[in-house]
Ligand binder design. Sequence first.
Ligand code: TXA
Ligand code: MG
Length: 320
Amino acid sequence: MSAIIIAQKEALQPALDALARGEVVAIPTETVYGLAGDATNGAAIARIFEAKRRPRFNPLIAHVADIAMAERLVVFDEVSRELAMQFWPGPLTLVLPLRSDAGVHPLATAGLETLAVRMPRGFANELIAAFGKPLAAPSANSSGRISATTATHVADDLGARIPLVVDGGATPVGLESTIVKVERGTLQLLRPGGVSAEAISAVAGMPLVRDGSHGIQAPGMMASHYAPRAGMRLDATDIRHGEAWLGFGPEPAPAQAVATLNLSPRADLVEAAANLFAHMQSLDRSGAAGIAVAPIPSTGLGEAINDRLARAAAPRDDPA
Ligand code: TXA
Ligand code: MG
């Protein structure tokens, strides 16, 4: 198989046809590209796992077109409904109790009694509305690799294993969605992402609990999930032999760097988030022995940026 890439404006019908046949389609969302399949079709979900080479125990996010579709899948409480009203469509995923009649295939939920749901913006939303059913969609990358933010990155990685990539250009947010679990009146931050924790707390009127003590809450959050081939060195203030430089802010790059990119010369965290994965990939491809990354503040989207950088820098739990 070799994927065909179709421009977004001509892709709606071919994508609908493929989904109806139980095939998988890589689609742009506002966060990163997703590898989408019919969430109610076990064969489609199996193809997603197979294409990603993803461990089966890892549950998928069900993407919906509107709140009504989400209400048919999960049980909302007051706080989660308020968060959905404020942030959907957008980069927020809510983990909520699964309805017994949701119809989502158990392969997609990994047998859990909760379901992660999100309403994306743009082409993905249009596609789900036309399809009339939720789409299960993990990020469109091989398991353990950086999420793809362009159609070319998707095709380079998964092109041999999927039939269709919808090209919607570079994804505007550039980081995966923030995942929040609402449980017994508390909000747990399972994954920092495209909506800042501060913004979510402000709407919910309560703090987000960041609790590492429950083990892997979002099973895809293994330490080395975002691994480039080159080693990463964070909070760097100098450069070592053979390293590339990933800068942030107006400071010039160290002269000895073998390659140089800047996440945001004007120190803007939104711009840095949008550039993060593509810049990591470019520097990785430069052949550098390592990537030194300038310090990045941890406020706002900086929390998610530093989270992804820390995972990229972590020792590999799987050499593949
Ligand atoms: O922005 C995004 O969220 C992108 C786009 C395509 O929507 N999707 C994405 O999906 O990042 P994925 O599968 O790469 O990451 C979803 C994360 C995984 O870490 C998974 O373990 C976790 O969500 N997850 C899914 N269902 C869950 C559940 N019921 N409870 C806890 N974590 C869950
Ligand atoms: Mg992923």
